[in-house]
Write a protein that binds this ligand. Structure first.
Ligand SMILES: Cc1cc2nc3c(=O)[nH]c(=O)nc-3n(C[C@H](O)[C@H](O)[C@H](O)COP(=O)(O)OP(=O)(O)OC[C@H]3O[C@@H](n4cnc5c(N)ncnc54)[C@H](O)[C@@H]3O)c2cc1C
Length: 306
């Protein structure tokens, strides 16, 4: 079915749940990029079921949107349906006795970290520095400060839109590795069961939260960016390599390689996604030419031709 027909078929089914030509790029931390043809705000199980069935029947392409902290949306936008979770998917239940946590996919990672500590559960302090959602962090196997989501993850509830299935997938079946799981673009992580450490020392955990926040302020740039653009090659750091290639501060129109951390690319206010994309390719090509290293993007690009 042509793209426009899929969009129309979707509107016929869930017109009351979608916004047409909805700003998408502005919902990312880059704050550049165009609209989504359709955007659905999914706030409860009933609307999730309706959206899943409309996607299944129309075959429309889907983009799961968390906090947009790892997304670069093309200036022309995305021609499918963006799905954003909220409402009951923001529920967070922490059992201070066992350290078991059930977190909806819409829970913000810093909230997960701080609420766990406040509830006497440790082990998730690392998440305070991740400006994404639990859904995004599970999908990306996000991590930092020596920890990764994988270490806390027990299982994730995954809705597969093409197969119309809804099942809990255990950690061992998620194929977790560095910034990778097998959750693919036609699947939705709806909630996650996590394991923290009960009886954590509240003073130590609180200090750890503040140390992480302060470390990030010192070592990472603010402004419009998506964190690390490239994954670290085994045993090395993408930031070190880009710096060694002399690319810190390199500018392409509205995009610039951060002078504070070379694996961050920032974009000016009023800039555009095309400039960020072009600079990513310049960095990639220069590093390949200089050191023979093929950098792999960590950020996800949406709506570009390739
Ligand atoms: C300043 C800054 C610092 C950062 N530091 C780190 C860091 O230290 N470590 C790290 O790992 N990352 C870091 N990031 C990147 C980013 O925060 C993480 O990748 C985060 O997990 C993305 O979550 P999100 O909700 O923003 O996902 P999005 O950016 O919205 O989406 C990312 C990917 O996950 C998919 N996705 C999102 N939600 C779901 C869902 N519910 N179900 C299925 N798929 C979904 C999207 O389709 C997309 O492919 C940083 C980003 C910024 C801006």
């Amino acid at each position: 079915m042509p793209v426009d027909d899929r969009v129309r078929a979707c509107i016929e089914r869930i017109g009351d749940l979608v916004v047409r030509s909805a700003p998408l790029g502005t919902r990312t931390t880059y704050r550049v990029g165009g609209p989504a043809a359709l955007l659905a705000e999914v706030v409860d199980e009933q609307s999730l079921e309706r959206v899943a069935s409309a996607v299944h029947d129309s075959g429309i392409e889907v983009l799961m949107l968390g906090n947009g902290s790892n997304l670069l949306v093309a200036d022309r936008g995305f021609s499918g349906l963006a799905i954003h979770l909220g409402g009951t998917f923001g529920d967070l239940v922490i059992d201070d006795e066992s350290g078991a946590i059930t977190a909806g996919a819409a829970v913000a990672c810093p909230v997960l970290a701080r609420r766990s500590v406040a509830g006497g559960v440790g082990g998730l302090e690392w998440a305070v520095g991740i400006p994404g959602t639990v859904g995004g962090a599970v999908t990306m196997n996000a991590g930092g400060h020596g920890a990764e989501m994988e270490a806390n993850l027990v299982s994730a509830r995954v809705v597969d839109l093409a197969r119309a299935t809804d099942a809990w997938r255990a950690r061992r079946d998620l194929d977790c590795s560095y910034r990778h799981t097998n959750v693919h673009s036609g699947e939705i992580v709806v909630e996650a069961r996590l394991q923290g450490l009960p009886g954590a020392n509240s003073t130590e955990s609180t200090e750890m939260l503040e140390e992480i926040v302060s470390w990030r302020r010192t070592h990472q740039p603010g402004g419009r960016n998506c964190g690390s653009v490239f994954t670290n090659p085994a045993g090395d750091s993408a930031g070190r390599i880009i710096d060694a290639a002399g690319l810190k501060g390199l500018r392409y129109a509205s995009a610039v390689v951060s002078t504070k951390h070379a694996n961050f690319i920032q974009v000016d206010s009023g800039g555009n996604a095309g400039d960020v994309r072009a600079l990513i390719e310049i960095v990639r090509a220069t590093v390949a030419r200089s050191f023979g290293i093929e950098l792999v993007t960590e950020l996800r690009m949406v709506g570009f031709d390739r």
